[in-house]
Ligand binder design. Structure first.
Ligand SMILES: [Zn+2]
Length: 70
């Protein structure tokens, strides 16, 4: 039970790839944004002024990645 919770939490947990600010998609906000996009990804403007992409991989884990533009 504990392990299950931990895994679930880890799956919706990601961080800004630039400043490492932690994000938790606890209300499926980003999940919904991803599923609305044809690409299956969404972009997030972080408070560090950088924009990064995030998506859910095939295991359902939230992943963030750098976008190659400033
Ligand atoms: Zn950031």
């Amino acid at each position: 039970m504990k392990t299950y919770f931990h895994l679930t939490f880890a799956k919706i947990n990601f961080e800004c790839p630039y400043c490492e600010k932690p994000y938790v998609d606890s209300e499926d906000i980003y999940l919904n944004r991803c599923s609305k996009n044809k690409s299956g990804c969404t972009t997030i403007k972080c408070q560090c002024e950088m924009t990064f992409g995030m998506t859910y991989d095939i295991t359902g884990k939230a992943v963030s990645y750098k976008i190659g533009k400033r």
